[in-house]
Design a protein around this ligand. Sequence first.
Ligand code: GLN
Length: 261
Amino acid sequence: MKKKSLFTIFMILTAVSMILAACGTGGDSTTGEGGKVKLIGGTEASFAPFEYLDDKGNIVGFDVEIVQAISEEMGFDYEIQNVGWDPIFSKIQTGEIDFGAAGITITEKRKETYDFTEPYYEATQLIIVRDDNTDIKSVEDLKDKKVAVQNASTSHVAAQKILGETSQNILAYENQPSAYQQVINGNVDAAIGDNTVVMEYLKSNPDAPIKTIEDPSFEKEYYGLMVKKGNKEALELLNEGLKKLKESGKLAEITGQEIDF
Ligand code: GLN
């Protein structure tokens, strides 16, 4: 009798540990339907036209379409979570997500900690001021002004170059529309933001009392999909797929821009 119950307990423990093992993710990427690789992406969905929420709350935009097309080419499953800008970076580090798809500019600094796919979009920065503003015409005029940017973005770095790295006149917000909003409210003199996203904002908010100023001193930027440094599996899948989209013309169809690398 005693022997039998010990055996039963042993069997139960074995079964439980097998179930637990099956639930664990084990490696870097999870397994999706039918044993396919599943990659989890992170984004910040207030960056139209690259990522934004539609009426039903779904994340849509160029980046989602690009990842969808890549996954079809390469035969993997994916999910994109709206985690917010700063968490994209930290969650890739902790392995909670596998990649970032958020109009992320490939920079030398970021390349110290992350790997990027080939570039899929060319962008630059624009200055945003109230449309009745007459004293700001270029980057030079921002030196003694209050400037709003998105925290830890390339706009933030651009503002630091102009005003100084520790300038108290730089106000950093969680996303780009919040920075533009500060100009509209008159809390700051100007904002700096990614050109395509600023233009899209103006298109969807035609009554917003703001205008844009170009300045040739803003460098060209290139967006890439971002993974943890050394995550070869994810990088190769994304890169291979992206190359195919470039070759087939699908990428240009999605973004409306030809990019050749
Ligand atoms: N391209 C900018 C950057 O990488 C902003 C990206 C974003 O806000 N999603 O810093």
